[in-house]
Write a protein that binds this ligand. Sequence first.
Ligand SMILES: [Zn+2]
Length: 207
Amino acid sequence: MFVNIHTHQPSKPEFITILNLNFSEAEKVFSSNEEGFYSVGFHPWFADEFSNELFHKLTNWAKDKRLTVIGECGLDKNSKVPINQQLFVLEKQILLSEKVEKPLVIHCVGFFNELLEIKKQFNPQQLWIIHGFRGKPELAKQVLKAGCALSFGEHFNIESVSVTPIDKLYVETDESSINIEEMYKQLSSIKLCNAEALNAGNRLLHI
Ligand SMILES: [Zn+2]
């Protein structure tokens, strides 16, 4: 079974997907009995929408076993939200991830030094997965060395995939309409292994 650890689109039932929900979608899902794996969080583009009320909701959903990963959250140089607010909202979600013992899926654009600095400060026990990683191998090595995992989608740097150990390598489609099976095929051919060997996502979900 190919696990898609980050997408915004519901997928065919034959694939296992962590579906990223916005707050109104999450409201519906967590008040229903709908099965599935989900992620919810404050994206850095919308970090100005943070409120205690919404954070309280997120905290309650985070206790639900269907909420598998907190996020996507992070830092983005292109976000209109001031960096201090982005940092505040990220730190709230780091603490939540530690409290409920669930990993974070992280969106980071242009702020890797800051992100790794925060990682050092917080010394989290939970896994941080940098999603949609497109950086060069030097950056990949730096992020991996800091203990993060990397998730690759449609656009990636081949050498960065090469330097990522299989147990730290996750696969996603994000906003793209590319097939998750195709992503596993491409990445496993770079790793010179079977697609089934790329099973970090399966281990994350204990399946
Ligand atoms: Zn996304």
